[in-house]
Design a protein around this ligand. Structure first.
Ligand code: SAM
Length: 298
């Protein structure tokens, strides 16, 4: 087995050899601790029949661990300067494909068909740039990419929001959007010291596992997420107040909102943060007919 990339010495040596300098704007904080990498990979439960999508391989610290544990790794990297570096560091592995692409601009369904046809299981494993964590996760979920799970290093504060339960301060529209599709749990809290350069905030590894079925059937998932966002605009206000402000003509249509809340068995005086995902789902179905207007789609 080759020497791990993720040690301070080897990382420095690779960066110097290729004259690479970090770009803060791309969230480049590379992992330099092999124990953390092993823990990430253990949480992905990889086998030699599985495929992995990695986002942002950097110089390949995580990629090489994935290559050792899975059948095939396809890694999307936005920074073209890292391609020659990866060509060098990934040369011992014949099961890694690096694609120079912004993951947010990638046709993921096409990529799945091209690279993982015939695979039983594909998972996403990544140490994500913090500024795009949420849009990247939501892209996989909204586009219904057939992955069985995700193991993702992210800012701890975002992991806390994603895994939050109703009635807590961290619970909000992000918790609802992700928990609608996935079971979410924090697998590990990670100190700043395992990165080069060190970020300003603590990190966490989040494990997302696809739910067998959603917590409730909804007519329109986008509409559910709009209702939940609208219910948290002013956290201290009641759900009725927030919906009146966020839905088009909500003030004039107060009666319709109250009736929908009643049909969903939700007291109009409750705050959004007390509603479970299933209650939001029910409520969005009850509001759908009267409020699913183009102009509410924001
Ligand atoms: N995986 C490496 C590691 O753990 O050491 C690097 C992780 S670093 C936090 C994030 C990586 O994502 C960087 O290599 C960065 O260039 C890349 N990146 C940033 N935005 C991206 C995007 N939209 N699509 C693909 N890669 C991106």
């Amino acid at each position: 087995m080759t020497k791990d990339i993720a040690t301070p010495m080897r990382t420095k040596e690779i960066l110097e050899r290729h004259g690479f300098s970090f770009k803060k704007s791309l969230g480049q904080n590379f992992l330099i601790d092999p124990n953390v990498l092993e823990n990430i990979v253990a949480n992905a439960h990889l086998t030699k029949t599985m495929g992995v999508i990695e986002i942002g391989p950097g110089i390949g610290a995580l990629t090489e661990h994935l290559a050792r544990a899975a059948k095939k790794v396809v890694a999307f990297e936005i920074d073209g300067r890292l391609l020659p570096v990866l060509e060098d560091t990934m040369s011992p592995y014949d099961n890694v494909t690096v694609i120079h692409q912004d993951i947010l601009e990638t046709n993921l369904m096409e990529a799945m068909e091209e690279h993982f046809a015939g695979f039983d299981e594909v998972v996403v494993v990544a140490n994500l740039p913090y500024y795009v964590t949420t849009p990247i996760i939501m892209k996989f979920l909204l586009e219904k990419i057939p992955i069985s799970g995700m193991v993702i290093m992210m800012q701890k504060e975002v992991a806390d929001r994603i895994t939050a339960n109703p009635g807590t301060k961290a619970y909000g529209s992000l918790s609802i959007a992700i928990q609608y599709y996935m079971d979410a749990e924090v697998a590990m809290i990670v100190p700043k010291t395992v990165f080069m350069p060190q970020p300003n905030v603590d990190s966490a590894v989040l494990r997302l596992t696809r739910k067998e079925s959603p917590p409730a059937e909804v007519i329109d998932e986008d509409f559910l997420f709009r209702i939940s966002r609208g219910s948290f605009v002013q956290r201290r206000k009641t759900i009725l107040n927030n919906l009146q402000s966020s839905l088009l003509d909500g003030k004039q249509k107060k009666d319709l909102i109250v009736e929908a809340l009643e049909r969903a068995n939700i007291d109009p005086g409750r705050r959004g943060e007390t509603l479970s995902v299933a209650e939001f789902a029910k409520l969005s179905n009850e509001l759908y007919e009267d409020f699913n207007l183009e102009s509410n789609k924001r």
